[in-house]
Design a protein around this ligand. Sequence first.
Ligand SMILES: Cc1cc2nc3c(=O)[nH]c(=O)nc-3n(C[C@H](O)[C@H](O)[C@H](O)COP(=O)(O)OP(=O)(O)OC[C@H]3O[C@@H](n4cnc5c(N)ncnc54)[C@H](O)[C@@H]3O)c2cc1C
Length: 467
Amino acid sequence: MKKSVIVVGAGLSGLRAAQLFHKAGYKVTVLEADNHIGGRVMGFELNNGQKVDVGGQWIGKTQKPILELLNELGVETYEQYNKGQKVHWRKKCSIKTFSSSSSIPPLNLFALLDLHFNVISTLDRLMKDVNLDYPKKSKNAEYWDSITVESWAKSKIKTTSAKELLDVAIRMIFGAEAKEISMLFFLMTLRSGGGILNLSETRNGAQEFKIKGGAYNLAYLLKEKLPENSVLLEHQVTGIQHDEHQVTVFSGDKSFTGDYLVLAIPPPAQYKIVIEPSLGLPRNKLCEKIFMAAMIKIYIVYEKAWWREKGFAGEAIPFDNSAVKDDDGLSPFSMVFDGCDDNLSVTALTVFIAGKHAIAHTKLPQEETKTRILNLLSKLFSSEDAKQPIEYIEKNWLLEEWIGGAPVGICPPGCLSYYGDALRQPVGRIYFAGTETAHADVGYMSGAIQAGERVVADVLKYEGVEI
Ligand SMILES: Cc1cc2nc3c(=O)[nH]c(=O)nc-3n(C[C@H](O)[C@H](O)[C@H](O)COP(=O)(O)OP(=O)(O)OC[C@H]3O[C@@H](n4cnc5c(N)ncnc54)[C@H](O)[C@@H]3O)c2cc1C
């Protein structure tokens, strides 16, 4: 008889695992709490019928797992628009532009040296000591996991400008603030993704390409490879019982039994499930400690890409300063990018509100956020066109019931060094996927795919199947 696997969570990780289990001859059932698949990749239909990615979208050329999947599915990519001038507005300086061929805004010589030597080179060196398989075996793991990135930065970085730039990069990569993140987790993420510059860059970095047809479409292409009715929507898993022979999963008044279970959900979501017998202290503590980050993604759609006509790349960083601040002293958004698609059927700016900005803006009415953003865009790009959008859409991931935040689950200090081994270690017949458990590209779509592939390899290995 065919062996069976139940996968909880129809994000990219769960669907990739399900597709490979099916290919290997297993009977697969995917249970998804929401009324759509994709999880943190999601399409939103604009008034003109075109869809945009309100979740994950960019990929980079170092992200092998997702590149191989795209190749397998025959999906193409196109370059993020990156021509013309970028804009930045820092404390104590007026709005400045710089060429899109450079990723680093113009700084004075002292700040530039500080950034290159004390931040980029030091982080590149430190991350090499991280053991991706067992983070607590990394060199100085106990120490790095006892401090936040903020404490490290304060002891190392000499200039305000270099610190401000690191803060922006962290907010955009993690959706969190330096003071919230364990230094060990930070270094692990950098190592898995090729370093701070790679993760921050559009050109030659993790934001270089977008996926034709949308990143959300990958979830649908994976689902197409599964037998009909094997993905069940609106099936929140609330209970699991397991022993050495099988696993039974409960959703509403239904139950499903299989030989193996894959939990492909964000770690904190495990806490909503009653699991008997318990998965044990390390796994439970890990899931209790990891918290989901804060990110809001906004598309502001215009009749035309007016910023391109004015010679702008569409990318701007408004630092928190007295000119851009709102009542609580924060910028209305963290960063903006050109959000057009390759054939200009969507002409939009993509705005990110992340970390403390996202938490502050979640308290505001949407109309207020919109007005503040449009006013700031108009100042940054010196254009009244910014105030004339034809559509405005806002996706606040903090309000997602089943995911609870984005783009990734964050480890605070005292998490990885104590409980990190439980990240991927199966408990009986229960295996763990999801981007947070990846070896490569942790937090990214590519990581989600790699983690899905890993659980399949682990189960097949356990079964003694040659792969
Ligand atoms: C705004 C935003 C921007 C991003 N930008 C990028 C980017 O540019 N590039 C990039 O590579 N990555 C990006 N990411 C991150 C990327 O989208 C994620 O890393 C990836 O999609 C995670 O996939 P996953 O399968 O691990 O988890 P998820 O997509 O979170 O899937 C988990 C699924 O489990 C379901 N679930 C939870 N609890 C239960 C339960 N009890 N029962 C049943 N189902 C349950 C959830 O509903 C969800 O569908 C971004 C994410 C966001 C939100």
